[in-house]
Ligand binder design. Sequence first.
Ligand code: ATP
Ligand code: MG
Length: 272
Amino acid sequence: MSQVPSAVLSCHNLGKSFGRDRRRDTVLADINLSLQQGDFVTILGQSGGGKSTLLKLMGGFLAPSSGSVSFHGQPLKGITPKIGMVFQEHSLYPWMTVEQNIGFGFKVRGELPQSYRNRVQNMIEQVELDDARKRYPHQLSGGMKQRVAIARSLVVKPDVLLLDEPFSALDVQLRRQLQAFLLAIWRETSTPMLLVTHNVEEAILLGQRLIVVGDRPGQIIAEVSTAAAEFRGRYHPKFLKLQRHLESVLEYNSATADLEYHPEETASAWQN
Ligand SMILES: Nc1ncnc2c1ncn2[C@@H]1O[C@H](COP(=O)(O)OP(=O)(O)OP(=O)(O)O)[C@@H](O)[C@H]1O
Ligand SMILES: [Mg+2]
């Protein structure tokens, strides 16, 4: 497949297997995906389907078994602070306070605390963690930890942000508040975002483009444009129709013929 020149982050025929010989398990196969400036792509898929593995490959945390990942047109060789990653399991440093966790990206770059203190403080205010600045992760709720993880990734202004179920532990109110926060950042900065979620409503609402990763091996089984205005309102009839359709794609894992991946048809059918 030819490479899209303006892609910030892309993968080409990407595959990943774990184990050896007869125990070899192909988790992902032939994934082609491209993120350009201003893209917001959401990924849906069943549990164990390979979504976290895909994000780890695209973030340089895992090496592909086949295919490749490109960052600004160059092969991705490993992790880089320019690719922000919010892991499913928070991954905060337990021995660091909220403030230190959020400032960690600057510290590893060798910047002095006085040079980044204000940026960290602004970010703490944006995620409303002012009162928790000096607390350690074990003293935070699940939602607070998730906010620290998001803040830590955003504060260093990455070129692209990969988010693995960042809002899964939150109640509806906080989830909506943080969705709005993330969208505001995206609109303001055009940072390309790739967000994994189990929540069909969230996947439609947040993204401009939605991808469903099927199971065994994980492949892209559906791709839908969700950029139109009706997909910004969770009670719009077209929104609800797409939601039901995606739920059936997930349930049947595209097993029925009419749910197979026809990108042109699917995109135009849902855009009208
Ligand atoms: N390091 C590893 N070694 C062996 N198998 C792994 C490894 N990482 C993931 N797997 C396997 O790959 C499959 C996909 O895992 P992955 O975490 O990517 O799924 P997921 O789609 O993110 O699931 P969930 O929605 O539950 O988070 C699982 O069967 C898992 O056991
Ligand atoms: Mg996962």
